[in-house]
Design a protein around this ligand. Structure first.
Ligand code: DNO
Length: 356
């Protein structure tokens, strides 16, 4: 297991590389060029700069989260071949600086969604909250406006102003895409990029849909054991894999995450490990990482990774904002650092239990 932290770059993060370097046992960051539009070929110079800054700070950078997939690819629209070529060109440029894993998603139009970014917990910390009822009532524009207001304009991946400007039109383009067609479009993309992933030694790790339920009437792809099985069967290459996100899959209590890990062994290239608390009405909020703080059995999750010989990248995922920290929802420093230390502790204990 290689422990990393997500970092959004100097311009977009309140956390510094120096902060991250001081977290015990974290050797690297997972990052992206936040200003790149889907379909854009990433400039070599920007990739080189990003790489230099991180390695100069004494950290490794071997995982990119995310290289976003253009909507034409997800929709199977006429421009998709050109967009796929651009994607592959970006992969080549990332391979040139030693990138080993690309995390991406195939969620239509939007990336993740919550209904509150800074929900107050009784202990005075703040966290992200998802209400099933609220998401049915609200429009994407209203939700984006709420995010902008609550976050003071922080650029949230998946909710960029460029994306929001065309939101109605983009959602409208999905009206004619049924689930079967959506799977075909995913297959087309996978068949095109996986041979290059093999050639470039980059493991492709799709992120599950977050949350795992349909929102705004849009199709869903990766949200259960069955869908992960179906997805991995699209291509037998070991380079075709997943990002195991416990918070995304775990938002559906029917998902048995340790069982998914055991079944997907060898195809999990990256893991986002966080906990959440299910409420009686079906809502959830993101809790601190330890098992006792939420509804997921974190020991069982880490044990399943350990038992299946997982040697990929891990990061603590969304944390709460604690100790008066202000910042990016889910991505403050302190609670994620506690999460990293906790996960490292679980891993060490599992190893010691085996006499290692
Ligand atoms: C949210 C993240 C997602 C993730 C993308 C991967 O915090 O987990 O935005 O980075 O879905 O492409």
């Amino acid at each position: 297991m290689k422990m990393t932290m997500r970092w959004f770059g100097e311009l977009h993060d309140t956390v510094t590389l120096k902060d991250i370097r001081q977290i015990p046992c974290v050797d690297g960051v997972v990052t992206s060029l936040m200003d790149m539009q889907p379909g854009q070929i990433w400039p070599r110079e920007d990739i080189g700069d990003m790489h230099r800054r991180i390695t100069d700070a004494g950290l490794a950078v071997e995982v990119i989260e995310s290289v976003n997939v253009h909507e034409d690819i997800k929709l199977g629209a006429p421009g998709r071949d050109e967009r796929i070529e651009a994607y592959i060109e970006t992969m080549k440029r990332l391979a040139a600086v030693g990138i080993k894993v690309i995390c991406y998603n195939f969620m239509p139009v939007l990336d993740w969604a919550r209904t509150r970014l800074y929900y107050d917990l009784p202990d005075g910390s703040q966290t992200m909250y998802f209400s099933g009822e609220n998401i049915r009532e609200i429009t994407p524009e209203e939700l984006a406006a709420r995010y902008a207001e609550e976050s003071g304009g922080i650029a949230l991946p998946g909710w960029e102003p460029e994306r929001m400007a065309r939101i109605r039109e983009t959602i409208g383009r999905y009206t004619h895409i049924d689930q079967g067609q959506y799977w075909e479009n995913a297959r087309y993309f996978i068949d095109a990029v996986i041979p290059w992933a093999e050639e470039l030694d980059i493991r492709m790790a799709i992120h599950p849909d977050d949350p795992p339920v349909p929102i705004f009437g849009l199709p869903r792809l990766i949200n259960s054991a069955e869908s992960i099985r179906r997805f991995l069967a699209l291509n037998d290459s070991p380079y075709h894999g997943i990002t195991l996100c416990t918070g995304s899959l775990g938002a559906d209590p029917a998902n048995d995450i340790p069982a998914i890990i055991r079944e997907s062994a060898g195809r999990i290239h990256f893991a986002h490990i966080r906990n959440l608390r299910h409420l009686d009405n079906g809502d959830f909020y993101e809790s601190a990482h330890p098992t006792a703080c939420g509804s997921l059995d974190m020991y069982a999750v880490v044990k399943a990774l350990y038992d299946t010989g997982f040697s990929g990248y891990v990061r603590p995922d969304h944390g709460r904002l604690i100790w008066g920290e202000r910042g990016r929802p889910g991505y403050g420093l302190y609670d994620r650092a506690l999460g990293a230390a906790y996960l490292t502790g679980l891993w060490e204990a599992l190893g010691r239990g085996q006499g290692k």
